[in-house]
Design a protein around this ligand. Structure first.
Ligand SMILES: Cc1cc2nc3c(=O)[nH]c(=O)nc-3n(C[C@H](O)[C@H](O)[C@H](O)COP(=O)(O)O)c2cc1C
Length: 357
């Protein structure tokens, strides 16, 4: 069985509902993401064959493909994240996915959005360990041991932490890895992730632990690797802000061992109770690199999702251009674009020569 890269030097792209579609995954892979996760996919939607579910599973052929501009793209290794609270549906979903050639899976036990938790799925699974284990067993049987990861939070709230017991039992059942976002479900994204919990879990489990949570820069990722001993890190909002976070992560590690604390820039704090993306507003991004990333994302989006691509660009690109001179104007102009010609004109105006590299 081929193995998934789960190492300090193989950063992952997190599952990001509404964002980690095929074009964004390919962009992140080109920037150095070693493994990408799909957006979360409903097991029931998959079994009943919903059209929106289908679009979440869009990918390249396994061997990759050559695009019109001569570049080669390949959306592998790919982890399909599924959610659902019913073991039978979850197992059926995996069987269907396997028949279609998907071979790595992740079970969402961390999403705290009410639309998901009210069905008993996502982080609500942390409130019913027996059912969580039933689901895990069914999924592992359908996928094969080592083929499934589980993405959890610490527990539903501070009174009910289950991550240690649940993840130990998941490992005992044959989980391939566990991803921990060390906050409680009720916290959403507020407060500070408890990195000590990552260290404890990494020491406790016989399978690799992947860290998620407030990794907004490559330095944050490297810091958590060094401070907690986790096997790998997963970038989420940090990648939405700047997909080159993966290349930066690899570059930091390539300079040698994990650098000492003193060599790393200070963390952007405090992050409590606010969308951390706001904090990132302060960080300027190199214009040449930014122009290249925007053009490439637009190209990939037009190629793989022509109907939604324009809308995507109007929502995705403003995330890249937080901070720096003229960012507010650029954002406003992009959001007002009605056609690709409009987008091209705005990019040309703001980035000039850098648009066509
Ligand atoms: C817009 C958005 C969509 C997300 N979608 C998913 C999802 O589909 N599945 C999942 O397990 N986590 C999802 N997450 C959680 C992230 O994968 C990640 O665990 C979380 O954002 C913490 O990492 P960060 O603080 O570095 O962003 C989402 C987060 C955001 C911000």
């Amino acid at each position: 069985m081929t193995e998934l890269p789960i190492r300090p030097d193989t950063p992952w792209l997190a599952p990001l509902a509404g964002w980690s579609d095929l074009s964004f995954r390919l962009l992140c892979r080109e920037q150095g993401a070693a493994v990408c996760c799909t957006e979360m996919v409903s097991a029931k939607g998959l079994v009943y064959g919903g059209r929106s579910t289908e679009s979440l599973l869009a990918t390249t052929p396994e061997a990759g493909e050559t695009l019109e501009d001569g570049s080669c793209v390949c959306d592998r290794p790919l982890v399909v994240q599924i959610f659902g609270a019913e073991a039978a549906f979850m197992a059926q979903a995996v069987e269907r996915l396997r028949r279609r050639g998907f071979c790595w899976f992740d079970v969402n036990m961390g999403c705290s959005v009410p639309k998901v938790t009210k069905t008993g799925a996502g982080a609500a699974m942390l409130r019913d360990m027996d059912n969580a284990l039933r689901v895990a067993e069914a999924v592992l049987q359908a996928a094969g041991p080592g083929r499934v990861g589980f993405k959890l939070r610490l527990g539903w709230d501070g009174e009910h932490e289950v991550h240690r017991e649940l993840s130990s039992r998941l490992a005992g059942l044959g989980a391939g890895w566990v991803t921990l976002h060390p906050r409680h479900a009720v916290q959403g994204f507020s407060g500070t992730p408890r990195s000590l919990a990552l260290a404890e879990l990494a020491a406790l489990l016989p399978v690799p632990v992947i860290a998620s949570g407030d990794l907004f820069t490559a330095a944050d990722g490297v810091r958590v690797l060094r401070e907690t001993g986790v096997a790998a890190v997963m970038y989420a909002r940090g990648a939405l802000r700047d997909p080159s976070i993966f290349a930066r992560h690899r570059a930091l590690l390539a300079v040698g061992e994990l650098p000492d604390r003193a060599e790393l820039p200070p963390r952007e704090t405090p992050l409590a109770a606010q969308d951390a993306c706001d904090v990132l507003d302060e960080l300027p991004v190199d214009r040449v690199r930014l122009a290249g990333i925007i053009r490439r994302h637009a190209f990939l989006a037009r190629r793989y999702a022509p109907r939604e691509a324009l809308f995507k660009m109007r929502t995705v690109v403003p995330r890249y251009v937080k901070g720096g001179d003229g960012a507010r104007v650029l954002r406003q102009e992009l959001v007002a674009c009605r056609s690709w010609m409009d987008v091209d004109a705005v990019l040309e105006k703001h980035f000039g020569d850098h648009c066509h590299e």
